[in-house]
Write a protein that binds this ligand. Structure first.
Ligand code: 3PG
Ligand code: MG
Length: 396
């Protein structure tokens, strides 16, 4: 079991300044936050810290602005949302480091909150730069990390920064602790069969976790764009479908087997000539292959039936990544069916990754899921046994 330093061990007194790293990388359309889960999930820690009189300096990334200021990735909409949710004033600093942020942090009184602008407006964040971490260090006397969704990134606010504090002044927040508690139910699988459902557009970035998962799970059900690459690796003509050429060799190696898990691929697919203006949507058997102008956008009914019956037998289920382009109603059936199957399963069910979480919520099954993780890539890497920099630094 992995155990981390917890906030109850911090010697906080009224007015103590806490640098609080969160993952407020929420989906935003214009200035409207379409899913505030990642913000809501931090309220418990925020309130626990405020109850002890802490003054809190909140830092997060949003999107991938690549080290440059870009209004499109401003955390301002998050400030308004957080202020409403926590029913308190949230002060604002236009830059996450520098004189203004430092002065505002120092001026905070007990239980006040300051939100800093996007950490990734500085290249030093993603470079895990020591000098940038030193600048952040000036903002707090204590460090608390609840950014589980970014804990697989060795970035300055996740990795270099906590190392600049005395060990007894850093801790994981309540959200981070809860994530680890539930995800370890999967990594220490005591209840089998263990089924992992993996999808999403790309394989890249999921390869290493996948190679670890085939050793841990009993069955892996693959869908979405990821399935296209596996099917192509098996020699199926995939027409105009999205196929990740670079991951082909690894897909072949995984299919060659030898590991614990059976790897299941779709036997039928929902295909169309175009995503936005399809003139013809059909279901084709994988054995027939796709014609040049066909693109796969969802798993078909036979695949849904096969995957659903696998999930009925499972006692532990982990799901990351949709089965198709579920934002479009015509191609949402596979993803929705998986979401409902998880909802009905007599199993410990863990869902990670923004899109799978969205699907589970849309299907109405969210309440019956054991744990919905706020981390996609992070939960996948953790379950695959990789060590997460943001967790490692906080271990007791
Ligand atoms: C996420 O949403 O995946 C996390 O916030 C991490 O963001 P990143 O993938 O851009 O590093
Ligand atoms: Mg990500």
């Amino acid at each position: 079991m992995i155990s981390i330093r917890t906030i109850d061990k911090l010697a906080l007194s009224p007015g103590s300044r806490v640098f609080y790293r969160v993952d407020y990388n929420v989906p935003i359309e214009g200035t409207r936050i379409t899913d505030a889960t990642r913000i809501e999930e931090t309220l418990q820690t925020l309130n626990a810290l405020r109850d002890r009189g802490a003054a809190i300096v909140i830092a997060s990334h949003l999107g991938r602005p690549k080290g440059q200021r870009n209004e499109k990735y401003s955390l301002k909409p998050v400030r308004d949302c957080l202020a409403k949710l926590i029913d308190a004033d949230v002060k604002w600093a236009d830059d996450c480091v520098g004189a203004d942020a430092e002065a505002k942090a120092r001026a905070l009184k007990a239980d006040e909150i300051l939100l800093l602008e996007n950490l990734r407006f500085h290249a030093g964040e993603e470079k895990n730069d020591g000098a940038f971490a030193q600048q952040l260090r000036r903002l707090g006397q204590f460090y608390v990390n609840d950014a589980f969704g970014a804990s697989h990134r060795a970035h300055a606010s996740i990795d270099a920064l906590p190392r600049l504090f005395p060990k007894d002044s850093i801790a994981g927040g309540l959200l981070l602790a809860r994530e680890l508690q539930f995800l370890q139910k999967v990594t220490n699988v005591s209840d089998r069969a263990f089924a992992a459902v993996l999808g999403g557009a790309k394989i890249a970035g999921k390869i290493e976790p996948l190679e670890a998962l085939v050793k841990l799970a009993d069955v892996i059900l693959i869908g979405g764009g990821m399935a296209n690459t596996f099917l192509a690796a098996k020699g199926v003509a995939m027409g105009g479908s999205l196929v990740d050429q670079e991951s082909m060799e690894i897909a072949k190696r995984i299919l060659a087997g030898g590991a614990r898990a059976r790897v299941e691929l779709p036997v039928d697919l929902v295909v169309a000539d175009s995503l936005d203006a399809p003139s013809k949507i059909e279901t084709v058997d994988v054995s027939r292959g796709l014609t040049a102008n066909q693109k796969a956008f969802d798993i078909g009914p036979k695949t849904i039936a096969a995957y659903t019956s696998e999930l009925k037998r499972a006692k532990t289920i982990f799901w990351n990544g949709p089965m198709g382009v579920f934002e479009k109603e015509q191609f949402a059936k596979g993803t929705m069916a998986i979401a409902r199957a998880l909802g009905k399963a007599d199993a410990t069910t863990i869902v990670g990754g923004g899109e799978s979480v969205e699907a589970v919520k849309a299907s109405g099954a969210a309440d019956t899921i054991t744990h919905i993780s706020t981390g996609g890539g992070a939960s996948l890497e953790f379950i695959a046994g990789e060590s997460l920099p943001g967790v490692e630094v906080l271990r007791t």
